[in-house]
Each structure stands twice: as C-alpha cells, then as structure tokens.
Ligand binder design. Structure first.
Ligand SMILES: [Zn+2]
Length: 258
C-alpha cells in the first residue's frame, strides 16, 4: 500500500506529466470510477488546464485552471502510468486523462479501490488530516501533546491520519522499531523522550524510503521488521514477531522494542 514517500514520488511524476497541459478528455474505464465521474463531471474537466498538483498525506489534489480540484487517493494498488499517444494503456487503467497532443496519464489500479473525486471551484476537499511529518511546526513538544491526547496503542495512533498525515502499516512498524517502542504501548503513556525519539524515527524512515513504485520492490526495500516475521532482528537478533489485529499485520521485535 502506498504511503507518504510513494505518493510523493507519484505526485512528482504527475507534476512532470500534467502541469501546464490541457486535459482534452477524462475517461472512466470501470463501473466504480464511472460512478464518481458521470458525464457532466467528465464534461466539466474536459478542456481544463492543470495548474498544480498538491500532496497532503496520502492524498493528491489536481488543481485545474477554473479552480476545480480532482481529489485522488490510491488506497491499495493505485498508481500513475504516463504514456505517449501511440502507446497502449496499461491493463488495469481505470481512469485515463488524455492530454493535448494525445499523451495520456492513466490511473492504473488492479484492485479498483483508488478514488477520483471531482470538487467544483470553491469546494475544497475536507481531508481531516493532522500535520505532515516534516512540518516545521511539528516540534517534539507539539508531537508529544498530540500523543498525550490519545489512549489507543501507539501503532494505531500512528495510522490515524488525523494525528499525523501519511504513515501506513510499513513505515509505522519501521519507525516504532527504530525508536525501540513496542506497538502496543499506549500513546498517552509515552514520555517526552520517547515521543521525541519516535518523531526522529518517523522522519528517518521516511527520508530513507526508496521512493519507487511500491509493488515493484526489486530495489530490495530495506525493511527492518515489516514483512520479516521469524527473521532475526537487525539490532538484537531475536526473531521478529507478527500479530494480526483488525486485518492488519503488526511486526515488532520482542527483544528491543519495550
Ligand atoms: Zn531486536
């Protein structure tokens, strides 16, 4: 599942392909996206120039020249594929933006869970997000205060996008390992020193992220605990544990995450 670094990388590719170009047509090639992009909305998007691509957390906001916004969330398997006029579309192209000159940008999404929603001029999407991890206003004191207001396990709190924008299952597990914190610790019980270490760990794992397309991990993504159940902890050698809670796997080291 794409998290902040992967969405940021995708948004950068999208900026290069789209900003300053005119969307000649937008097509929905599956019943699910078609529901959100009925003919009147496709007609409203056609002919608009793309002014900017903003990213907030795992959300992408395509800003059109009339003030409208296309709000995109990749969910599980969404990603952008950019192609030239003569090139065939990817097999799982669900939404296709055709540009002036025939080039195209396709939302490639095998699972069809990604969403594209149109917001008319003046209707800013309400995302309900907490701060970005690299926001300068997110000081250790501000971060500690956010955690102290939450009684849930720290792992669940890190996944709550209203507390912090952009983390998912992978980087939450990696950050907790880097900070030496057990995922089941209650967020409001973290000391100031633990909260400070966790914020530094979150920023560290996001900076070190491979920034690639997330389901093609031929780059040998350097996970320490994520997806490594039974493998030795790189810090203390104890086998990594895995537990499934609410459909999500949690990975941690019983030796050095206290
Ligand atoms: Zn360990």
């Amino acid at each position: 599942m794409p998290e902040l670094p992967e969405v940021e990388a995708a948004a950068r590719r999208l900026r290069r392909a789209l900003v300053g170009r005119t969307i000649v047509a937008i097509a929905a090639r599956h019943a699910t996206p078609r529901r959100h992009l009925p003919p009147r909305i496709r007609a409203a998007v056609a002919g608009r120039q793309v002014r900017a691509i903003d990213r907030r957390g795992k959300h992408q906001l395509l800003r059109l020249d009339d003030g409208a916004t296309l709000h995109v969330h990749f969910r599980m398997t969404g990603d952008w594929v950019v192609g030239r006029a003569a090139q065939p579309l990817p097999r799982h192209a669900r939404v296709v933006l055709t540009l002036d000159g025939g080039d195209w940008v396709a939302l490639d999404d095998p699972r069809v869970l990604a969403t594209v929603a149109y917001h008319a001029p003046g209707d800013e999407p309400a995302l309900g997000l907490g701060p970005e991890p690299f926001d300068r206003a997110l000081t250790p004191a501000a971060w500690h205060a956010r955690l102290r207001a939450r009684r849930a396990p720290i792992k669940a709190v890190l996944l709550d996008q209203s507390v912090l924008a952009g983390l998912g299952n992978i980087y939450a597990a990696e950050a907790l390992w880097a900070a030496g914190l057990r995922p089941t610790l209650r967020a409001d019980r973290l000391t100031r020193a633990q909260a400070t270490a966790l914020l530094a760990a979150i920023r560290g794992v996001l900076r070190a992220a491979p920034q690639g397309r997330y389901w093609r991990r031929a780059d040998g993504a350097p996970w320490r605990v994520y997806d490594r159940a039974g493998a030795p902890c790189p810090r203390c050698g104890r086998p990594i544990r895995r537990r499934v809670h609410a459909g999500r796997s949690t990975y941690w080291c019983p030796g050095c995450q206290r």
